[in-house]
Structures are given as C-alpha cells and as structure tokens.
Design a protein around this ligand. Structure first.
Ligand code: GDD
Ligand code: MG
Length: 483
C-alpha cells in the first residue's frame, strides 16, 4: 500500500534535503567576479589598465576559502577572472567614503542612491540645491538624520555654507571661493573637492574615497558601483605602495527615442572625450608615446581609454589629496592630464624631462594605477540637453588642451606629438562649436591646487565649530551628538 507521509515527515525530508544541498553545493556567500586586466600601458609612474568587466554580482567563490575569496578562473575568451568574497569587499568598503554631489534632484531619487550604498561606507552628501522658500536642504538633512538613526554614518553640508568657504580660506585655499559672493563656487568638481576635504579632515582613518552621482533612477546600480570600487582596490597593491584610481564605465545608458528604448553604450560627451584621450595615450602606432612600447599583445586600434568622463570613480585618499582638480564637469577628464603630467612629463627618472613653466608642480611620489571597470548595471539618470553636453565635452577637452600647453612631445621624443594633438583638438572644437566665443579658444576650466597643501587641522577646526549651527551635520557617529 502506498505510504502517504504526514506533513511533519514531508517538512523533515525537505529540510534534510536542503541541508545536504547547502553543505555540498551552495557558495559560501555573495561575491563579485570580474575579468582581471592583464594588459595596460605605462607612462612613467602612471599605469593605465585596459578595461575590466564585472561578470557576476553574486558568484561562487572558487578557492580562496581563507576569506579573501580571490579564486581565479580562465574564461572562454582567454581572459582571467577573479572573484572577491563579500568579506573581502566589506573590508575595503569599511575603509571607504562615498561622496554624493547633488543639486536639485528629487529627494526620493537622492534617498534611493544613499539607500543603495553598502552599509560599511561612510556617506558625505554635498548639496548645492536652491535654498530659501521650500528649502530642499532642510529635507535632505532630515533624510540624512533618518539614515543616521539606522546606524549609517553620514555627513551633510551645503556647498554655499559660509563656514565651508571660511574653512578653506583659513586653511590657505581661497581659490575655491567665488570672489563676489565669498561662498564656494558652483560646480560638481567644487562640490567633490569639498567632499574630499571633509573626508580627510573628519574621517582620516578611511583610506579610499568614491563618488556617485545623485541623479540615478536605478538605485540598485549604485550598490554595484561601490562594490566594483572595492573590487578594484582589492586587486591592487596596498595604498602604502601604490595609489589606485578605479573608474567605471556603465554597461549602457537607456535612452527613449521615438517611443523605443535605445541602450546606448557610450554617452555623447564620453564618445568625444574618450576619442581624444585615446589619441594621447595610444603608444607606438603614431609615436605619441615617445617610443614607450605597450605590451606586444595590446591592440592599438581597440578603444583603450573608455572612462574619460567617469562620474562614478574612486581613488585612494592619498591620491585624492595629491591631485590637482578641475572645476565642474572637467574634473574627470583632467585626472588623466594631471596624472600624465605628474607621473610622466615631469617624472624625475626621465632623461628628457619636459619642463612646465609652473616649476612648483611636484611629481608623483609613488606609482599610480588607473583601473577601468565596466559594470553590469546600466546607468539611468536625468537626461541632459544638447547644450549641456556641448559645454561638458568642451570644458573636458579644454582641460586637456590647456593642461598640455607647456609640452610639445612625450619624454624621450622630439616628434611634437603633443603640439599636433592640441592643434587637432582645437580644429575639432572650431568645427563642432566647442570654442569659447570671447577668447576664440576652448574653455579653460579653473584648476585647483592639490588639497595636500592646505592646513587640514585648521579646516577641520573651523568647520567643526559650525557643526549643527550652519548647514554642516553629522549623523550616526558616537563622537558627535546631533539633533
Ligand atoms: N554639489 C554639487 N554642486 N553637485 C552638483 C553640482 C554642483 O554645483 N552640479 C551638478 N551636481 C551633481 C548633480 O546634482 C548630479 O547628481 C551629479 O552632480 C552629476 O551632474 P549631472 O548634471 O547629472 O551630470 P551629467 O549626467 O550630465 O554628467 C555626469 O556624467 C558624466 C559622464 O557621462 C557627471 O557625473 C559628469 O561629471 C560625468 O563626466
Ligand atoms: Mg546625470
């Protein structure tokens, strides 16, 4: 006779089956698997790696049972992959600050972005929203307080806070202030600089800093961005030995066109800026690298720099303090120019060192590795008009054009390749409407000095005295009790 098991027996069988399954086959915990860049190009102290890709967001940890979870696998396409366990990623994330620059995004969108930032990260919200009637900043602070109540560490500040510009002035950096208003100038780059200074002054124990835009409608992608930053640092040497920058390229940007969703793989601005950075950083084929041969297997024709305008990027804190930063949206392309100049054009080891008129610019004190990572998530954000995009590529290219002005060629060469590239960039801008009418040149964004030169203790002292009084707020910290 057929035995019908009781409900209790069925439950027991199911439970046992699951237990057996878990013991044998379930991965230890979530982890990120990426391709490992094995090729790259070196420019003196600067090393730029070819693009890596995130392959899995929650992968089996192959090997690496020691908690580091760095098991390697060979892929069908010949690339290596590497897998980092959540333990490893969390260790890095616990040393990371994420700066969220925001202007006038809806509160719900900013909330989504912060909600998706991994819990171990400390968040700094730098807002440049309009103030006055219907003050959005008050709502942003209330939101930050809510996150603090759940144990998140979060700092919030308004870019136009008079004490913020006073702190920079007192610390010896008055360049950030608007000469008329006295407050910090408008601009995303300026907001990010304020975020870096806050991180350095108030959270000096955190060794990594990342940036994510606040206008992201697909909040979950931000979680992947932060983990990709962490994976990039996990695959790099310790920050004591080498500085690292991780720049993200999104899998695509969804765009509505004629009622259809187009998945665009390169934005309008990135397409232009990347193409010129590629010309600058393409070795041998056109002698632009002054005879610095890339590895034999580097394909000079495939796009190499894919992250010229990476709004989502992260770096070691030491590097964030060391770099000069450009104003507004030129901040990301100019990273490459400052790194090239400090790591190669002014590299002390080079025989034929190109000399910039500004003799005060110090070379890099240790090697810098730039990792470019393509995420799985698309980037879905506020659509920008053509004029915004035109200004963005023009100031980005302007930072390249003006930044390279002191140089003719790469070290070790006398081929005038940098001068030629600048002429071509200028002609392109004339043709495509990128010239600043008044000067007849590409726009020249402000370049701010490195933050390492400011008196950080003084900066902290001034701002700490305004905590809870001006716009500066801290939530989720035991050392500052905040209302
Ligand atoms: N604090 C602050 N101050 N934030 C600002 C300011 C400012 O003056 N201006 C813009 N932001 C914030 C926005 O609120 C948004 O969260 C983020 O910076 C990016 O600004 P968008 O205006 O959305 O820029 P975008 O989408 O055109 O360009 C983004 O992607 C580019 C790559 O495609 C930016 O991240 C660019 O820097 C990046 O190059
Ligand atoms: Mg945007």
């Amino acid at each position: 006779m057929l035995q019908i098991p009781s409900l209790a027996t069925t439950a027991l069988i199911t439970f046992n089956a699951l237990e057996g399954f878990q013991a044998k086959d379930t991965p230890r915990n979530g982890s990120m698997r990426l391709t490992r860049p094995t090729r790259g190009r070196r420019f003196g102290m600067l090393h730029i790696a070819e693009e890596a890709r995130v392959l899995e967001l929650d992968a089996h940890v192959q090997g690496g049972r020691d908690g580091k979870g760095s098991g390697c696998m060979a892929e069908a396409d010949g690339s290596d992959t590497v897998c980092y366990s959540m333990d490893t990623l969390n260790t890095v994330l616990a040393e990371m600050v994420i700066v969220v620059p925001c202007k006038d995004e809806d509160l719900s969108v900013i909330r989504g972005v912060i909600s998706a930032i991994p819990a171990p990260c400390l968040v700094i919200l730098v807002s440049n929203c309009k103030r006055g009637d219907d003050d959005q900043y008050i709502q942003q602070v209330a939101m930050a307080k809510g996150f603090g109540g759940y144990g998140r560490q979060i700092l919030a500040i308004h870019q136009k806070d008079l004490m913020a510009s006073a702190a920079f002035r007192a610390a010896g950096m008055s360049e950030l202030a608007d000469p008329v208003q006295g407050t910090i100038r408008n601009g995303k780059g300026e907001g990010m600089l304020l975020g870096i200074a806050l991180a350095s002054a108030f959270c000096p124990e955190r060794r990594f800093i990342g940036f994510v835009d606040a206008d992201n409608f697909h909040a979950g992608s931000v979680n992947e961005y932060c983990k990709a930053f962490a994976a990039g640092f996990a695959m790099s040497p310790s920050p004591e030995l080498e500085d690292t920058m991780v720049r993200l390229r999104w899998s695509c940007k969804p765009k509505m066109r004629n009622g259809r969703l187009d998945l665009v793989t390169e934005g309008r601005c990135s397409k232009i800026v990347n193409s010129w950075l590629n010309k600058l950083f393409t070795p041998c084929s056109n002698q632009r690298n002054g005879g610095h041969k890339g590895p034999a297997n580097t394909d000079a024709n495939s796009p190499f720099v894919t992250t010229g305008n990476a709004g989502e990027h992260a770096m070691t804190m030491n590097l964030a303090l060391k770099l000069r930063m450009a104003a507004g949206y030129a901040i990301e392309p100019f990273h490459f120019i400052d790194l090239l100049e400090r790591g190669h054009l002014k590299h002390p080891g080079e025989k034929q060192q190109a000399v910039a008129p500004n003799g005060t610019l110090s070379p890099l004190d240790k090697p810098v590795r730039v990792l470019q990572v393509r995420t799985l998530s698309p980037h879905f954000h506020r659509a920008s008009g053509d004029e915004h995009i035109r200004r963005m590529w023009a100031t980005g290219l302007g930072s390249v054009y003006h930044g390279l002005a002191p140089y003719r060629s790469m070290p070790g060469s006398n081929d005038g390749s940098i001068s030629k590239l600048r002429e071509e960039v200028h002609s392109f801008a004339v043709e495509r409407g990128g010239i600043d009418g008044a000067k007849g040149e590409l726009p020249q964004p402000n370049i701010y000095p490195a933050l390492e030169n400011i008196h950080m203790a003084r900066f902290r002292e001034v701002l700490e005295s305004s905590l809870g009084i001006g716009s500066f707020r801290a939530f989720g910290f035991t050392r500052w009790k905040q209302s």
